[in-house]
Design a protein around this ligand. Sequence first.
Ligand code: TRP
Length: 351
Amino acid sequence: MTQKIYNTALKSNDRILTGDRPTGPLHLGHLVGSLQPRVELQRHCPQTVLIADLQALTDNGHQPQMVADNVLNVVADYLAVGIDPGRTTIALQSAIPALSELPMYYSNLVTVGRLSRNPTVKSEIRQKGLSESLPVGFFTYPISQAADITAFQATLVPVGEDQIPMLEQTNEIVRRINSITGEELLTECRPLLSHMPRLPGTGGQAKMSKTLGNAISLGAKPDLIQKAVESMYTDPGHVQVNDPGQVEGNVVFTYLDVFHPDKSEVDELKAHYRRGGLGDRKTKRILNDVLQELLTPIRERREQLLSDRTYLIEVLQEGSMRARIETNITLQRIKASFGLDLLGELQLTQH
Ligand code: TRP
């Protein structure tokens, strides 16, 4: 499966890192775009999923509580869809000191000009209307992300197209560090791109997003799912049931393609819709049934998980401890190679 839908084949020694900013509950777009792939990938390679709370703060500095409140929800979302903490390390960025220390070394090797040319940062700045009010942390988050990736010695980073500039930036830093130290300290990473098209928003927008209000979250209650389906964008030219309808760009069909378990039934529905005689009410009822069936068990697991905060915290603690050890190795290697390890590793324990 991995061969077909990805741009690159997995190698036996690949190490995977992905991350999410905890700024809201995860939704169907995440499910197909990143969560299901992680559930599959964890069977093949060592994988870490980073809950990037520090990165979330780079444009939410004024509301840290919002970020904090979303951390355990995201853990619950992960576990509810089948990310297995026995196979995947689930770690909290702010609990891993090396991820904050490494950017102090890297940031001296990256210029303001280079960051300003990062297309993703550029478009985010434009979208958010930031200029003078641009937080320094936001401007430099590609450096922090390079620290995330290199600290875990990740070789493969599953991302969307928009994150490719981050990986290029990361690899430039890797080459700088290796050339300065004259050692192969860090390894370059490559993107793992999915050929699956992005799931559109319920209103037909290119992307499903909570901010755009066009998302169906994994924890959505049955009536909310139904409402979202009923308000979905279809074919505005399909006025009467008997009119021939268009399937392309019709969100109901896009979702049926992605989520309906029986592809031949979807093909029949499409043919019927195209010739006329199949109403939107019917196609929406079918999609609603499919989504209810998909999301009910996820919602129930999610609710059960959220009722046991102690367990979720344990999962995160365990993963973060493992991550601390791994990332500290990278940090200590760089310090040693810079000659900045005179004091060794100071322990905070009392003697
Ligand atoms: N920038 C990613 C996003 O917005 C989140 C992220 C943080 C990440 N650190 C990462 C992704 C490291 C991959 C690797 O979704």
